[in-house]
Design a protein around this ligand. Sequence first.
Ligand code: UDP
Length: 237
Amino acid sequence: MKAELLYEGKAKQVYRDTEAPDRLILAYKNDATAFNGKKQASFTGKGRLNNEISARIFAYLHEQGIETHFIEKQNETEQLVRQTEIIPFEVVVRNLAAGSITRRLGLEEKTSFTPPIVELFYKDDALDDPLINDQHALLLARITESELREIKEKALTINAALQELFLSINLTLVDFKLEFGRLASGCIILADEISPDTCRLWDIDTQEKMDKDVFRQGTGDLLDVYNVILQRLEDRI
Ligand code: UDP
């Protein structure tokens, strides 16, 4: 049972679970934001789609032996997760160039990265989530060097698993963002969400963008695209 609202972000609300103090309920909202909140809209049904998609992806990662905070989907828009203390940086993994890295480094979109590039961004809206280096991360997140190494290794393992999943539904995983959290035991596990809000996915045949870029760039219908992703995940054998 959900009780107190602990936190409200751009795409989700976080509630305490009254029956289990070490669990949280994530409620996926219909809101979409881009450019650090400068572009906003609401899409009826988006919360359900991202809850479904994220739940399926976390269940797939569990099958691959990757630990996450996900416990179970509770209803159309909510999921039960293990409570963690979120490490205050985003981990972005890039297989192909798109988005901010093309602007920052003057790279052409689709430039391929082998091995994949891992970047860290400090979670601070007032600072516009700046790109940070390892030393900044150690200072700001109060983690050890070996924990940082472990987080990056996990991000690359998750990348390999997700590339395979998306390839099986005819999508290229261009890049994505992860957040990690610390359990009371001290262990660091994957948290937050994995959805077309947090991944760039391109159709292998048509090269069509099948993610939040349709909203960022105003090139298509977000709900249509997210529905296709969910459908393909459901049809996967
Ligand atoms: N991303 C995200 N949340 C953020 C910033 C980025 O989920 O606050 C995801 C984004 O959807 C993309 C990847 O991380 O899949 C890399 O994003 P990028 O740094 O290119 O930033 P963008 O140009 O999307 O703002």
